[in-house]
Design a protein around this ligand. Structure first.
Ligand code: PYC
Length: 317
């Protein structure tokens, strides 16, 4: 079904450089008793709206969309389904920070604590009066360490498979500095790693698809512990340090005995922005906290002219 609403109202923001477009009006509520069911309904019935809202010509490949829904748990303020140029995400750390600031901008939230339902679990966030947002993410874990992948044109790349709300392959690439000037080569190499993971059937737990690749290297800022480059599922790279990627990295460091619970981890992105993270030891679970900032960049009413040949959007992917 490709029915379009007359218009969709969105609020745009960026979190440490990475953009989020929150849909606040006009998109019919997906059906389902859980957020995972609603995400599936979005995939089945509203994929054309996903593409129309975040892809060109209304958006671009690096843009992450966030559809607000009613909550599924009492005590939560809202539900959210994150999506990008090729599909839906599980969680999105930078996106959640953008959602919190957007709700504040709309007058629906004041500084304090808030819980938000996502397809992979309920997360909570604390909004400070100065605009700082701290996300308490879903539990993270390191699934496998030191996994070798034979990457055509690159060689054997060894990395960890870890979960931080999405599945990541996390590696280091000596000889390829994590500089903005190298963005095209970094994109080429990480896309090749992603393709090799798929071709070689390397997955997360229970066959879960690994759809993000994270390269780690030394920081350029004196106040950071590490710098990263994160390739997202649709082929774009994260301008922020990636909230779920930072969560997964902290779980991998913890598994390697290099990051005890509670110790601050300052994760720099390839654009130079920083998230501060730490792990909470919650009994059987390792719960990542991610702290960062988002800024509102605009508000728009999107229209979908039936005569527009690019009404459903397109991605160069
Ligand atoms: O911040 O978790 C994140 C994220 C995932 C994809 C883009 N950003």
């Amino acid at each position: 079904m490709t029915a379009y609403p007359a218009c969709i109202r969105v609020v745009d923001s960026h979190t440490e450089g990475e953009p989020t477009r929150v849909v606040v009006e006009g998109w019919p509520e997906p059906a389902g008793a859980t957020m995972a069911e609603r995400r599936e309904d979005l995939r089945q019935r509203f994929d054309h709206l996903r593409s129309a809202v975040v892809c060109e010509p209304r958006g671009h490949d690096a843009l992450v969309g966030a559809l607000l829904t009613t909550p599924v748990h009492s005590g939560s303020a809202a539900g959210v389904i994150f999506f990008n140029n090729v599909g839906c995400l599980g969680m999105c750390g930078h996106g959640l920070i953008g959602v919190v600031r957007t709700l504040e901008h709309l007058g629906r939230l004041e500084p304090g604590a808030v819980a938000i339902d996502t397809p992979v679990g309920t997360v909570s966030a604390e909004l400070d009066a100065d605009g700082t947002v701290t996300v308490r993410n879903v539990a993270a874990r390191c699934h496998a360490r030191g996994v070798p992948v034979d990457v055509p044109g690159v060689g054997t790349v060894t990395g960890d498979v870890a979960y931080g709300g999405n599945w990541f392959f996390i590696s280091e690439m000596e000889g390829l500095p994590l500089d903005l000037a190298n963005q095209f080569e970094l994109t080429r190499v990480t896309r090749a790693i992603l393709a090799a993971l798929r071709a070689q059937g390397i997955t997360g737990e229970a066959g879960a698809e690994i759809d993000h690749v994270e390269l780690s290297g030394p920081p350029t800022r004196a106040d950071a512990d590490s710098r990263n480059f994160v390739l997202c599922p649709g082929g774009a790279w994260d301008r922020s340090p990636c909230g779920t990627g930072t969560s997964a990295r902290m779980a991998a460091l913890h598994a390697a005995g290099q990051l005890p619970a509670g110790r601050r981890w300052r994760q720099e992105s390839i654009t130079g922005s920083v998230f501060t993270g730490w792990l909470e030891d919650a009994g059987d679970d390792l719960v990542p906290h991610i702290q960062g900032h988002a800024w509102i960049t605009g508000e728009a009413v999107l229209r979908f002219d039936p005569a527009d040949p690019f009404r459903s959007g397109f991605t160069a992917g």
